[in-house]
Design a protein around this ligand. Structure first.
Ligand code: GLN
Length: 304
């Protein structure tokens, strides 16, 4: 398969979408980014790499970090995690409060904000040096020791994070948060602020594509079955209230973030990351979804 040629064809086809959508501006630090950027990178499980555009430019991974948090929580907490968070698609926005109230503080899944805030609480219960250990894990899966938090983005989000603070308070009211709320939010926003390029992100998702290999990074180990299940949750819950649409258009397990990134996997074949900051109304990258739709269409490869 000539993935390089396919990446070039994809870009030619999606160029007309260059100015469609808006970058996230509810996090003021993200509003400053040039929205007219596009990068894409594929890593195959055979070890080949194909990149296009701004594939080595760092961006804010935001909710894509929720996949790393789930991997750590499953390893550290095991199946008792599922007493505190569900595994059903939410059908609501990533930061919705309504469902959380109706369902008495049990988030629908780990990939909406409420679920990730609960996972952050679980990580705080297990880790002695949470910020350091989280970063060490992400650096190990991405293979890039320079990967880091962007403290300015994290602070900017904390200063304006009224909705996430409400979610955390509602969770605490329902006794689904053990630690101090401020401590939990601070760590949650730091996870979201991690910066990676498409190249690094795609590398970091390769172990999820290659789920039959041992998953073991910095003491975080998962069985093949656990990795397979993380992929299943990406498939059903990775795009909030657009998970069905993404599955329909692209047909791969994946996860998006409001920084404009999307990472996806084709189990046993490749991992892919794409980035373009302009988002649709559901908070997912316009060009990112389009590019992945074309990738699985032009290659005629998808899990379906
Ligand atoms: N940090 C963002 C928030 O909590 C993450 C949301 C996202 O990427 N969808 O609102």
């Amino acid at each position: 398969m000539d993935y390089q040629q396919i990446l070039e064809n994809i870009y030619q086809e999606i160029k007309p979408y260059t100015s469609v959508g808006q970058q996230a501006d509810y996090i003021p630090a993200l509003a400053k980014i040039n929205p007219d950027q596009f990068g894409m990178c594929i890593h195959t499980i055979q070890g080949e790499t194909f990149k296009y555009g701004e594939a080595t430019t760092n961006f804010s991974i935001q909710s894509i970090s929720k996949v790393f948090s789930l991997a750590m929580c499953l390893s550290l907490e095991g199946d008792s995690l599922w007493k505190r968070v569900g595994k059903e698609p939410s059908g609501t926005a990533f930061n919705s409060l309504v469902q959380l109230e109706a369902e008495k503080g049990i988030p629908r899944n780990p990939f909406i904000n409420a679920g990730a805030i609960v996972m952050t609480d679980i990580l705080l219960n297990h880790l002695k040096h949470p910020e350091e250990e989280y970063l060490r894990f992400v650096r190990a899966v991405s293979g890039n020791s320079q990967t880091n938090y962007n403290k300015e983005v994290a602070m900017s989000e904390r200063e304006n994070g009224y909705l996430n603070a409400s979610i955390a308070n509602l969770l605490k009211y329902h006794r689904n948060i053990d630690n101090d709320i401020e401590r939990v939010l601070r760590f949650y926003f730091l996870q979201c602020s991690i910066e990676m390029s498409c190249y690094d992100l795609s590398q970091a998702f390769l172990p999820f594509a290659n789920h039959k290999q041992t998953f073991s990074f910095e003491g975080i180990t998962l069985t093949a079955s656990q990795v397979k299940r993380i992929n299943a949750i990406m498939q059903t819950c990775g795009f909030y209230d657009e998970a069905g649409e993404f599955s329909y258009l692209v047909g791969l397990p994946g996860k998006s973030g409001v920084g404009g990134g999307i990472a996806a996997v084709y189990p046993q074949r490749y991992s892919v990351a794409v980035w373009s900051p302009r988002l649709n109304r559901k908070g997912n990258s316009v060009m990112g979804i389009k590019a992945l739709e074309l990738l699985t269409t032009q290659t005629q490869e998808s899990i379906f």
